[in-house]
Design a protein. Structure first.
Length: 486
């Protein structure tokens, strides 16, 4: 059972297979990272992730642009790059998670933007749970020495609007903004946070001017959490091994001595599909995803990072405790941290140059078939495929309640159109369109052969005696028109 080219081409798409577990808690880390453009900043982030192993990470002020590539092992990254950007929301079943950053210069518009966010996400619906965390740049008397203008807005919002969403605002157990010991970061949620300390969220030191927020959410229902995702490398597949696996494990073929019902056909198709997927999981190699910065690490970088983490912990302890002569000690530690950061930057530069030099030396320029593909794979990264919003007439049969969510579309009553921006809806609309184009060809609708068969079946029902008795009689060849007849 050798795979043909058509099957192989179809499978060249990026397909994933994931293992899931059911859980009813989510561990979340929220931090204003103040840039992760540089590799030394990404290393700090990866170390904290490995230390706390959160399910969800909310990052604000990443300062990433479209040209920056970043990946994290065992995590799916959803990003909104600057400038400018909308809020980044990630719906997981009926849980909306938002990483929020409010710039210091939009004080007057803050209340309206917060209300607009809750309205847009329909968070007043009791079935919608939400977690909103990040740097709101609000100072309030919940722990700060004073309340700023935005702090007054958030206190007023909590009294007037929060009950409508069954929301609570959780501040931190200590200052989250290090330079002036302010409480600028918080969390808004209608879920139960189960590891609060005196009703407040715990914080963790981070190489930023903000601390990280750490909290665990108790969910009302269990959700399926992805443990890992496979990305198959079909080009490196041993198709002989794939064929042998299918030959050994394929189910028995459908019987050829009876007519099958549609349900029978669907069942056989489902069985064969599962068998092929099992063969793919068992024989097709996977790309190994890794954190984008780990390939550059060496012993010196690891040692410098460890020293920097210790210095940051000492710095935050001094800022919190304020012992005698703490100002001078703080200045000394800050100067040392700056030296370590500069050394990290230099060492990363050397390591990156060495890594890519080694990669390029492995390319055999005499192998004309592999030379250009390897260069492209290393140095010309493929961009993400973008699908334009689909603008469909309201009376179009492409809009089916079973396929699209019309309530999430933008309706233009004057033009009588609906604009779909949701990725799943766009794919369903495109798929429905091509199905309508291609299904007549595959189903033989309104083709000469179909008309011959329909004509023969119609005449057979009128003339054959088994039309009344229910006993079939195949008849003679001359009972049916030939393909040359009209």
């Amino acid at each position: 059972m050798a795979p043909n080219n058509q099957f192989q081409q179809k499978q060249q798409r990026q397909e994933t297979s994931s293992t899931t577990i059911a859980q009813n808690r989510l561990k979340i880390m929220a931090v204003n990272v103040n840039s992760i453009q540089a590799n030394k900043r990404r290393l700090e982030q990866i170390n904290r992730i490995h230390q706390h192993n959160p399910d969800v990470i909310l990052l604000s002020e990443t300062k990433l642009k479209k040209t920056h590539k970043i990946s994290l092992k065992n995590y799916t990254i959803i990003r909104t790059d600057r400038p400018p950007g909308k809020q980044g929301e990630n719906p997981v079943e009926n849980i909306t998670i938002v990483s929020l950053y409010a710039t210091p210069d939009n004080k007057k518009a803050f209340r309206d933007e917060l209300d607009s966010l809750f309205t847009k996400l329909k968070l007043d619906n009791n079935n919608n749970s939400f977690i909103i965390a990040g740097g709101l740049n609000t100072r309030t008397d919940w722990g700060d020495t004073l309340t700023n203008e935005r702090g007054k807005y958030i206190i007023k919002w909590e009294k007037e609007a929060a009950p409508r969403y069954q929301a609570r605002i959780f501040s931190t157990d200590g200052p989250s903004y290090n330079p002036n010991n302010s409480y600028l970061d918080c969390c808004i949620s209608n879920l139960n946070i189960c590891n609060l300390v005196n009703g407040k969220i715990t914080t963790e030191e981070y190489d930023s001017d903000h601390k990280a927020l750490l909290f665990t959410i108790q969910l009302n229902h269990k959700i399926q959490s992805n443990q890992f995702t496979k990305k198959f490398n079909y080009k490196a597949t041993n198709w002989s091994r794939f064929t042998k696996f299918l030959d050994k494990n394929h189910p028995p073929p459908p019987p050829d001595d009876k007519n099958l019902t549609n349900n029978d056909l669907d069942e056989y198709i489902s069985i064969f599909t599962k068998t092929i997927q099992t063969a793919i999981d068992s024989t097709v190699p996977c790309f190994k995803k890794q954190d984008s910065v780990l390939k550059y690490l060496n012993t010196r970088i690891k040692k410098l990072q460890k020293n920097k983490s210790k210095l940051i912990t000492d710095l935050h302890r001094l800022q919190r405790q304020q012992p005698p002569n703490y100002q001078q000690k703080i200045q000394n530690i800050k100067a040392t941290i700056k030296l370590v950061r500069d050394e990290l930057k230099k060492e990363f530069g050397k390591s990156i140059t060495s890594y890519w030099g080694s990669q390029l030396r492995q390319i055999n320029h005499r192998d004309s078939n592999a030379f250009i593909p390897k260069i492209n794979r290393m140095l010309r990264q493929k961009g993400n495929i973008e699908i334009d919003n689909q603008i469909i007439n309201l009376d179009s049969d492409l809009i089916s309640p079973d396929l699209v969510q019309l309530d999430k579309a933008t309706i233009d009553l004057d033009r009588k159109t609906a604009t779909f921006s949701n990725a799943i809806d766009k794919l369903n609309i495109i798929g429905n369109h091509y199905e309508k184009i291609n299904s007549p060809r595959y189903l033989n609708n309104d083709t000469p052969l179909r008309r011959i068969i329909d004509h023969a079946n119609g005449r057979g029902k009128r003339t054959q005696p088994w039309a009344k008795t229910g006993q079939p009689n195949l008849g003679q060849p001359n009972d049916y028109p030939s393909l040359g007849q009209n």
